[in-house]
Ligand binder design. Structure first.
Ligand code: ZN
Length: 354
């Protein structure tokens, strides 16, 4: 664990500690904000790290020593099957003293991440490790706790098999991913540790098991409850991670987009606000084509019809009345003077099965 976090060369001139009491009382919040945002936002990459040089990587020499057990999301009863597989895995390894079962989890509350790992061996609970960090993303916290778990498991005597159980398997997959990313600092530390572990004995292996939190599988559920049981407050100034900074910027932009969408004329006066299962208005989103198109995107004609209904640009009587007042605008049910969108969707017996 020999991270060298990036150190600013000069002291931060906005540091709240350099102000007089009166100045501090007047401008405290702004300066704390400024201090948080400007302190240590430096991504650290090491493109030339030997762990990533082709021919020398873990995947080049030890590809048969690590494996991933992923949840098959196409299964109908994934939770039941996944819990059974995890139980079987524990049963198969419970009597073997040289296996370390490492349960990892992280949770974030009020921008403070709690990373936790529980290590069991031969049916005994051995080590619990807890770390807190401010202003990091959940992926970073999850990867960090995997790193701690591996570090501690490797330091135990006679361990030849490490089993990592995580609900964030894509964080674990980043360990073996050669892309440059802010996670590299953890990935290289883990790879160095694993290299020593694999070289020490030809039989040494590591397995990564995915365990979704929703499963509430007993070992992982204990770690999950543990990680949420802490009430930590941060002390300023704090470091902020590169990823958290980017996430924070992205969240700000999306919130601004949502506010503009709701407040501006851009969406049109006729826009039909749809509700989700909890009766909240569906907000714009950029993921998977947005929340509206996700529901209708599988059919071009349905998508076109829905778009026309949402924007009220459909050939209804209401539309004809506005743009072609000489045409007929009555509804064919003869129960309503104007064939409006509201009438069609909620009242008309031609469409509502009366
Ligand atoms: Zn009608």
């Amino acid at each position: 664990m020999d991270d060298k976090p990036p150190c600013p060369n000069s002291t931060n001139s906005f540091n709240i500690g350099s102000l007089k009491n009166r100045q501090r009382s007047l401008t405290k919040d702004h300066l704390i904000d400024s201090s948080i945002k400007s302190n240590g936002i430096v991504p650290s990459f090491s493109l030339l790290d030997p762990e990533f040089s082709p021919g020398h990587r873990i995947i080049d020499h030890f590809s048969n020593r690590f494996s991933f057990n992923l949840v098959n999301r196409k299964e109908k009863e994934i939770h039941k099957i996944c819990a059974q597989e995890l139980d079987e895995m524990v049963l198969n390894n419970s009597s073997i003293p040289n296996t370390a079962l490492v349960i990892t989890d992280a949770s974030i509350k009020n921008d403070i991440a709690t990373s936790i790992s529980h290590i069991h061996s031969a049916n005994r609970f051995l080590i619990k490790t807890v770390h807190h960090a401010s202003f990091v993303t959940s992926s970073e916290a999850e990867l960090f706790t995997i790193r701690c778990g591996i570090n501690q498991a490797c330091s135990l005597d006679n361990v030849s098999k490490i089993i990592i159980v995580t609900d964030f398997i894509h964080a674990a997959r980043k360990i073996f991913n050669n892309d440059s990313s802010p996670f590299q600092i953890h990935a290289t530390a883990i790879l160095k540790e694993l290299r020593k572990f694999f070289i020490a004995n030809d039989a040494n292996t590591i397995e990564f098991w995915e365990c979704p939190s929703k499963l509430k599988w007993r070992f992982h559920h204990d770690a999950d409850k543990d990680s949420k049981s802490f009430m930590v407050t941060s002390s300023y100034p704090c470091k902020i991670s590169w990823d958290f900074c980017k996430k924070s910027d992205s969240d700000d932009i999306i919130n601004q987009w949502k506010m503009t969408f709701q407040a501006s004329e851009g969406k049109g006066k006729q826009f039909l606000d749809l509700l989700d299962d909890n009766l909240n208005a569906i907000e714009p989103s950029y993921t998977k084509g947005g929340l509206w198109l996700q529901m209708f995107g599988h059919s071009n004609s349905l998508c076109a019809h829905t778009t026309r209904a949402i924007t009220n640009h459909a050939p209804t009587g209401e539309y004809r009345l506005q743009f072609f007042p000489n045409l007929d605008f009555l509804c064919l049910c003869n129960n309503y003077p104007i064939e409006s969108r509201r009438h069609i969707l909620h009242e008309c017996r031609r469409f509502n099965g009366y």
